[in-house]
Design a protein around this ligand. Structure first.
Ligand code: SF4
Ligand code: SF4
Length: 77
């Protein structure tokens, strides 16, 4: 079972991940993070198919995937 985790303070609200998600389950909150940006949340986590497109798309590595307790960061060179 995989779980998408968004780090609110790393998000700049660009919505690239929102548009990339084939399930359309990511959405912007109406709350501001510590940098003053609206940030993304997973609105319907049970519909996530674990494709990881959101993780790969995010230019700020704000999204990680937790698979059986292991956190995967993408492009965190
Ligand atoms: S892993 Fe895929 S389905 Fe799940 S939130 Fe990310 S883009 Fe959407
Ligand atoms: S792609 Fe990254 S920075 Fe842009 S809205 Fe999604 S989580 Fe936030």
């Amino acid at each position: 079972m995989s779980q998408i985790v968004v780090e609110p303070d790393s998000c700049k609200g660009c919505e690239l991940c929102v548009n990339a998600c084939p399930q359309q389950i990511l959405g912007m909150t109406k709350k501001l993070n510590s940098k003053g940006y609206f940030y993304v949340e997973v609105a319907e986590p049970m519909r996530c198919i674990g494709c990881r497109l959101c993780c790969i798309t995010c230019p700020d590595m704000a999204i990680t995937m937790n698979v059986h307790g292991t956190m995967y960061h993408y492009f965190a060179y």
